[in-house]
Design a protein around this ligand. Sequence first.
Ligand code: FES
Length: 279
Amino acid sequence: MVDVPVTRLKKLGFAKTLRRDNWWVVPFLTFLGLGGFVVYATWSAFHPAVASGAPSYIWHGGGAHYLSPFFSPELFGSDESWFGAKPAWIPGWLPFSPALLILWAPGGFRFTCYYYRGSYYKAFWGDPPACAVGEPHRGHDYRGEHKWPLLIQNAHRYFLYLALAFVVMLGLDAWRSMWFTGADGASHFGVGLGTILLTLNVVLIAGYTFGCHSFRHLIGGFMDRFSERPIRKACYDGACKLNRRHQLFAWLSLFCVAGCDVYLRLLTTGILSSDPRLF
Ligand code: FES
């Protein structure tokens, strides 16, 4: 029998490691990207300017109809909302914004996403900051997601159903952005920069949603045999392809949704005087 030497591993302190690469770059960029997005989205949600009668999230210049994805669907708020003005049952002392009524759904979907979890556990909680890097000694190391509070992450499969509905609604917004009211009062097909951004937005969000692990399971991952279900197999293969790019779609769709909101704000506040039209 051969004696195998035993090496005792020593637990290192926070951020201590034997790694020689720049392991901190990815968690740091994740911290900046996600932190910046949350700060901007919160600021934007609380500045809808509905009371002035000219919401800062809808642009009608040049006959367009562009709605910021942060505020879509608009349940209550402006004249164009689904159910009219702010309802009386919302207390007056509560800050009101149409975005706050709906953002919890896509926000919850992203917060519980398998990819984002892995990223923000590292970037925000440092638990651990990266593979083989020392974590803070808090006396309660990560123990999986089968206990509270992380048990909530299992709600991801339910947030998926809401996210699928959002893909449809953002698709309708993109379609609406392709129709411009002309001087004759009729709708004419056209494409402006806002149309391109809102269409790109729904394409990226669809790529992110249809590449979700839970969607992959829903579309066919739960089955034992695909041989008798060619259509389901094709859908599953498509979801797997998107899943391999899930991280990419997660970031691109995040930046695009914020970019759409920024663009509409620049238009509605007059910083940009017009929306460039291709035709
Ligand atoms: S795993 Fe990322 S959205 Fe479902």
